[in-house]
Ligand binder design. Structure first.
Ligand SMILES: *Cc1c(COP(=O)(O)O)cnc(C)c1O
Length: 418
């Protein structure tokens, strides 16, 4: 067989198989009997879709359905294939008549989700370790639209419950969270939100649906920056939001009214990245765990913040709820200075210095969450107040031994810069 199965989203198939077959519907790749059948949905560039006759044009406006040609802003097979593939990977989305919307960045996806559910006068509860631009959106755009945001300490369930009021319409969770990588009790928090009549939105970029089945754990809308693991090659920006039928319909309406569309070239790159995402995540997780264990034993390191590492904060919840990890984690140095930390990062030759993560190449960035947190959770509970300088690593596909040797040079530079 040279073509994909007719039902690539078949729940009976394991995730590894779905990563290969998803989104390759015969009407997008050509059928086995078609001389031009191909493996990948081609890049389908179009603003105008031509109608064969007036009868077809008259039928057009009622054709605002998924997977139907209408106008470029509604996408074409390349984008539909990616959206369908992502829906197929999210347990609970396809079965409930839901789907996935694509956005030009992860931040656009978060905006799309929040603007789909929030109205003026509503209160949004946001985890204090949310990605910084998500916080900025709350303080700026959402505030200007009459939406109030309250932050809660990421893992404090009592504070979370106490923060609800009768105007709380939505909760934004992010687990593991940005920079400090805390794992939240998402099933519990989503259930509490539902009991209080609030919608739960999870930024699931770290785990992807391969590592955490958000909708199956009770989350209403699962958002991902596809820029990270799905793209996987540090050369494209995109985001997604997946949901069951009810919230998917609202996401879709809001995205269409905001004119959101992604290019077929980028969708094609994201699909290409998706095919190897499972392999990359497995390798990055294994290397990250080795490196985290090595760092944990170093005298220069006060704390390793890596959910896959036994003994690390969040490990128990990660083991309970997750089916995979990734290469992104942080560590905190013992005492020291900001200059010594700069020396550490500058001494690394295999780690690039730059934002983003989830690419095939390793990156290192400083972690200084204090100025951007509202609940004062840095240093983290249980940490020595003198240990303030963190480093975030995004582990790529290099040999883990080479990366450890590089970090050894970095720690030597840290020590001599004291
Ligand atoms: C990078 C990131 C985003 C934003 O994604 P972009 O594609 O860069 O807009 C959102 N959430 C998390 C957790 C991220 O790391």
């Amino acid at each position: 067989m040279t073509t994909a199965p007719d039902h690539p989203e078949d729940e009976a198939l394991a995730p590894a198989t779905r990563l290969v077959s998803a989104g390759r519907a015969p009407e997008w790749t050509g059928t086995a009997t078609h001389p031009g059948a191909v493996v990948n949905p081609p890049v389908w560039r179009a603003s105008t879709h031509l109608y064969p006759d007036m009868a077809a044009l008259h039928a057009g406006p009622s054709g605002n359905a998924d997977g139907r040609f209408f106008y470029g802003r509604r996408g074409a097979p390349t984008q539909w294939a990616l959206a369908e593939a992502l829906t197929g990977l999210e347990p609970g989305a396809a079965e409930s008549g839901g789907g996935t919307m694509l956005y030009p960045s992860g931040v656009a996806a978060l905006a799309g989700a929040l603007l789909a559910v929030l109205r003026p006068g509503d209160v949004l509860l946001m985890t204090d370790n949310a990605y910084e631009p998500t916080r900025t959106m709350a303080r700026g755009l959402l505030k200007e639209f009459g939406i109030t945001t309250r932050w809660f300490a990421p893992c404090d369930l009592a504070a979370y419950e106490a923060a609800f009021c009768d105007k709380t319409r939505c909760v934004l969770l992010e687990s593991p969270g940005s920079l400090t990588i805390e794992v939240q009790d998402v099933p519990r928090m989503a259930a509490i939100a539902r009991d209080r009549g609030a919608i739960s939105v999870l930024d699931n970029t770290w785990a992807s649906p391969l590592g955490f089945a958000a909708l199956a754990h009770g989350v209403d809308i699962s958002v991902m920056s596809l820029t990270k693991h799905v793209g996987g090659h540090s050369d494209l920006m995109m985001g997604s939001a997946s949901a069951g039928e009810r919230w998917y319909a609202k996401l879709r309406r809001r995205a269409q009214s905001l004119g959101q569309v992604v290019s077929p070239d980028d969708a094609s790159l994201a699909l290409r990245g998706l095919r190897t995402m499972g392999l990359r995540l497995e390798r990055e997780t294994a290397s990250a765990l080795m490196i985290a264990q090595w760092l944990d034993a170093r005298p220069e390191v006060a704390q390793v913040l890596c959910p896959m590492l036994p003994g690390s904060p969040g490990h128990a919840l990660w083991r309970r709820d997750f089916t995979g990890g990734c290469g992104l984690f942080s560590f905190v140095l013992k005492r020291g200075t900001a200059e010594a930390r700069d020396a550490l990062i500058d001494a690394l030759s295999l780690f690039g210095i730059g934002y983003s993560w989830g690419g095939f190449e390793s990156l290192a960035t400083p972690v200084d969450p204090a100025p951007m947190r509202s609940t004062g959770a840095w240093p983290l509970p249980g940490m020595d107040a003198a240990d303030r300088f963190g480093v975030r690593l995004s582990i790529g596909l290099e040999d883990a031994g080479d990366l450890i040797a590089d970090l050894k040079r970095g720690l030597a530079a840290w020590s001599s810069a004291q």
